[in-house]
Each structure stands twice: as structure tokens, then as C-alpha cells.
Ligand binder design. Structure first.
Ligand SMILES: Cc1cc2nc3c(=O)[nH]c(=O)nc-3n(C[C@H](O)[C@H](O)[C@H](O)COP(=O)(O)O)c2cc1C
Length: 191
């Protein structure tokens, strides 16, 4: 339950006017590979660079493979109005649990769904061994980023930055690919 409470605290706006300076980050680690994870390494480069610009940065890291998630009981499931079909197991479960009406989204009969987050930004790091943007569908299809983009917009996060380390395995030069992604992460943080 701790992970959910912390996410609530960090995701939900606490000071609606305080939008110019980011002081809190919810860092969601979706890779199961711990210290070997390249996407974690890229995300850390971004956070470290942000911290250089803002030493008071408050970072709360949720490791979806090492922290207990709250139970997803029948009542929660019945209250949900979202659709799930793709994505990483731990991350998908986390999104399922968080995406509750009144918590992350609302509904207006005249206008439809609307997100409840305001003034939040998201950076998503994607890493895959084989898939890369532009490859033949024989090498994988990217439902992952379209799903996460949809979810973030659905809950009201329109400012989305994307960093890709793809492919990480089927690559002539995986080291360059990783360094390029880390540099992109640092550059975004410094912008
Ligand atoms: C169990 C397992 C399954 C994987 N399946 C795929 C896959 O279907 N397609 C793909 O492109 N890469 C696949 N990979 C490779 C990872 O996506 C790739 O190594 C990625 O860079 C891992 O990200 P990370 O370093 O942040 O954990 C798989 C890796 C593991 C360990």
C-alpha cells in the first residue's frame, strides 16, 4: 500500500499555482533487471542532471518489481473505467491500480473523460532488445509507447518526453546507443 500512497502524494497536484519549478519526481522503475537495467541507468542520468540544477529535488523511487503493490480487489476493479491490454506486467498492474475515477480521471456526461492532473510532466524511457522505431512488424510492434502516451494524456499529463534505447541487443553498436540515450536524458534535464 505504501507505493500507492506515495504515488498519490506525488502524482496529485498539491499546490496548483506552483508550476514553474519542478521539485518532486515520482520515479517509476518498470524493468525487473535492477542494477543491470539500461532504462534505469538512462533515467538516473536524467534525474542526476536535474538534481545538479535543483539540489533540493525530491525523488521518490518506486521499484515495481521489489515493492509490494496494493491488492487489486473486486471493488476497485468494478469501479474502473479504463482498458488494459498491453504493456509490461508490473507497470500495467501499477497503472491499473492508480487509474481510478476521482483519483486520476473524471467523467463529464457532456464532454467525456478528463484527466485530473495539471501541470505535471512525464519522461518515459523505453528500452527493447530487438524492436526499434521503423522496423518491420516481424521484429516487434510498439504498443508500449502508444499505450503509455494514451494513459498519460488520459490522466491529464500532456507534457511527455520520450527517450529511447532501442534496440539494445540487435544493434551494431549498443554502447553508442546507450550513450546517445544517456546524453539525450541529460540534455532534456538541462533544457
Ligand atoms: C525475459 C526477457 C524478455 C525479453 N523480451 C523481449 C522482446 O520480446 N522484445 C525485445 O525487443 N526485447 C526483449 N527483451 C530484451 C529487453 O527488452 C532489453 O534487454 C532491454 O534493453 C531491457 O531493458 P532494461 O535494461 O531497462 O531492463 C527481453 C529481455 C528479457 C530479460
Amino acid at each position: 500500500m505504501r507505493a500507492l500512497c506515495r504515488a498519490r502524494r506525488l502524482i496529485l497536484p498539491t499546490h496548483p499555482t506552483e508550476r514553474t519549478h519542478m521539485t518532486k519526481i515520482l520515479h517509476i522503475q518498470a524493468s525487473p533487471r535492477g542494477v543491470d537495467s539500461k532504462s534505469n541507468e538512462i533515467a538516473r542520468a536524467r534525474i542526476d542532471t536535474l538534481r545538479q540544477h535543483d539540489p533540493g529535488l525530491d525523488v521518490d523511487t518506486v521499484d515495481l518489481w521489489r515493492e509490494p503493490l496494493p491488492e487489486f480487489d473486486g471493488n476497485s476493479a468494478a469501479a474502473k473505467l479504463t482498458f488494459f491490454g498491453v504493456g509490461d506486467l508490473g507497470l500495467k498492474l501499477y497503472i491499473d491500480i492508480l487509474t481510478q475515477p476521482g483519483l486520476l480521471f473524471g467523467f463529464d456526461p457532456a464532454k467525456g473523460y478528463f484527466g485530473l492532473l495539471n501541470g505535471k510532466k512525464a519522461t518515459v524511457v523505453y528500452s527493447s532488445g530487438v524492436f526499434a522505431p521503423g522496423v518491420s512488424p516481424d521484429y516487434g510492434v510498439d504498443f508500449q509507447s502508444s499505450y503509455l502516451d494514451w494513459w498519460l494524456r488520459f490522466i491529464g499529463v500532456a507534457d511527455i518526453q520520450t527517450i529511447r534505447y532501442q534496440p539494445s541487443l540487435l544493434s551494431q553498436d549498443p554502447v553508442k546507443g546507450l550513450n546517445d540515450a544517456i546524453n539525450a536524458a541529460r540534455k532534456l534535464a538541462a533544457a
